[in-house]
Structure formats: structure tokens, C-alpha cells
Design a protein around this ligand. Structure first.
Ligand SMILES: [Zn+2]
Length: 79
């Protein structure tokens, strides 16, 4: 799977990347939801570069542990 195919698995909307807040609003997708004790629910959004970086990490992890790698599931895994 190439970069475009992986990115097409996600729904994109303007937002602030959790690793690149200095970029301001960029196309982002939800990669997780955190639940701060006071604040209810907070979405963790990531830009395209970060989604690719996280997917790469997951693919390597899967290869190491011998499990199956399935791209496009970052938001689900962290929920
Ligand atoms: Zn980013």
C-alpha cells in the first residue's frame, strides 16, 4: 500500500495536529480519543505526515511480533 492509499482510508477535516500544533489548521484525521477527568472527551488529530509515520511504526511492530498489519485503524486502536 502506498501513502495515498493509506491516507484514503481516513476521513479528513481541518484541525490541529497533536505533533505539529505550530502548523495551525491543516487537514487532519482522528487517531484517538482521550478522556481527561474534568473535560469530557477530547479528540486526538494527526496530519497526513504523522498518520503515515504512525502507520509505519505499526507495520514494523506487526512485522516484529508476527501479527497481521491492517492500515486505516488508528482511531479504533486507541479508543
Ligand atoms: Zn503532524
Amino acid at each position: 500500500m502506498d501513502r495515498e492509499q493509506i491516507l484514503n482510508l481516513y476521513a479528513w477535516a481541518p484541525g490541529v495536529c497533536f505533533r505539529h500544533p505550530q502548523l495551525g489548521e491543516v487537514p487532519t484525521t482522528v487517531v484517538g480519543v482521550i478522556h481527561p477527568r474534568i473535560d469530557g472527551e477530547h479528540e486526538v488529530r494527526a496530519c497526513a505526515d504523522c498518520v503515515i509515520a504512525i502507520e509505519d511504526m505499526r507495520r514494523e511492530e506487526a512485522a516484529r511480533s508476527g501479527s497481521e498489519y491492517e492500515p486505516g485503524r488508528l482511531g479504533e486502536v486507541l479508543r
